[in-house]
Design a protein around this ligand. Structure first.
Ligand code: NAD
Ligand code: LMR
Length: 338
């Protein structure tokens, strides 16, 4: 009798990481190679993109990846050529960009970083796999994502995401600490709008142990004040303390985001992702806007039924206005799909 063979191994998925020699990149690529992003049975090829000056450092990262002997790592491509970097890519994680320094707002980076994302959008459209999904991390992430998306009209608008998961994780951790519960008991926490100080961490629709967070915390002034501003300014606090911006927590949020796109959203929860606005909740169309998102693992939609009082409506208005101003500031970088 023929021995029963082991199942055919899955084909490797190509995952592109730009800025792979940088801090976030360094914290991210080993987690992808270990299977955290796409699961323990899915081999990956890492396509690592850097600028010419950083290629020597990237070679060191490649050596370390090899030295880990990860069973799921089928190959590594290190390149400064965007066409090569995005070839066949199913997941494009756009990290490569300057980080801000103490005293700067993320939008101060638009001048330096915005121009990176048009060419990357075009290269993704020309070379990536049919199923490509893109997650922008480089700041200001929402508007950089808009720039890339608008330059890639061939790639459907629902394939473009930017990171608000780090804010969601921060907000959940803060509510869990305040309430003395494990973090997984804090659910349905949406981050609305921009990954900036105008974002709205939506405590009013969040739940703790299944109950409204407002009831469990019992201190509306703290929620509107210290809680909201701590989440909004946490990135700057990390920069002040570390002398460099968040890296491990950012990489972890990237892993969480991709998993929340790939896997069905648990009942009663939502994923925080910045996605293209189609006018939901009165948000201007076309902005890359942080929403609560529900997925079934194949497609996503903005969650319905979030209730906003005057405080929340004012926060949504302010963050949308900021994103509209950023969109106007980069109008020369926007492509045909803006
Ligand atoms: P870093 O300076 O350590 O690394 C950035 C890397 O990007 C460098 O290696 C650089 O050579 C590379 N790079 C620059 N231009 C590039 C290009 N055109 N193509 C490819 N690579 C390029 O910075 P970092 O700490 O890793 O942060 C990277 C970006 O991520 C920054 O913009 C930072 O603000 C942002 N960030 C965003 C979040 C978020 O939640 N959205 C969180 C953390 C960091
Ligand atoms: C963060 O939120 O930690 C990142 O966006 C980095 C920054 O500039 O704050």
């Amino acid at each position: 009798m023929e021995p029963t063979g082991s199942p055919t191994p899955a084909r490797p998925v190509q995952v592109t990481v730009t800025g792979a020699a940088g801090q976030v990149g360094y914290a991210l690529v080993f987690r992808i190679a270990a299977g955290d992003l796409l699961g323990p049975d899915q081999p990956v090829v890492l396509r690592l993109v850097e600028i010419d000056q950083a290629m020597p450092a990237l070679e060191g990262v490649v050596m370390e990846l090899e030295d880990c002997a990860f069973p799921l790592l089928s190959g590594v491509v290190a390149t400064a050529d965007l066409d090569v970097g995005f070839e066949g890519s199913s997941w494009a994680l756009l990290v490569g960009a300057l980080p801000r320094r103490a005293g700067m707002e993320r939008s101060d980076l638009l001048g330096a970083n915005g121009a990176i994302f048009g060419p990357q959008g075009r290269a993704i459209a020309a070379h990536a796999a049919e199923d490509v999904r893109v997650l922008v991390v480089g700041n200001p992430a929402n508007t950089n994502c808009l720039i890339a998306r608008s330059n890639a009209p061939e790639v459907p608008a629902d394939r473009w995401f930017s990171l608000t998961r780090l804010d969601q994780n921060r907000a959940r951790a803060l509510l869990a600490k305040r309430s003395g519960v494990p973090v997984q008991e804090v659910t349905n926490l949406a981050i609305w709008g921009n990954h900036s100080t105008t974002q709205y961490p939506d405590f009013a629709n969040a739940r703790i142990g299944g109950r409204p967070a407002t009831e469990v915390v019992g201190d509306r002034a703290w929620l509107e004040g210290e809680f909201t501003s701590t989440v909004q300014t946490r990135g700057a606090a990390v920069i002040k303390a570390r002398g460099a911006s968040s890296a491990a927590s950012a990489a972890s949020a990237v892993v969480d985001s991709v998993r929340s796109i790939r896997l069905p959203t648990p009942e009663g929860d939502c994923a925080s992702l910045a996605v293209v606005s189609r006018g939901e909740y009165g948000v201007p169309q076309g902005l890359q806007f942080g929403f609560p998102v529900l997925t079934d693992g194949r497609s996503w939609r903005v969650a319905e039924g979030f209730v906003h009082d005057d405080f929340a409506r004012e926060r949504l208005r302010a963050t949308a206005e900021e994103l509209e101003a950023e969109r106007a500031a980069v109008k020369d970088l926007l492509g045909p799909a803006a």
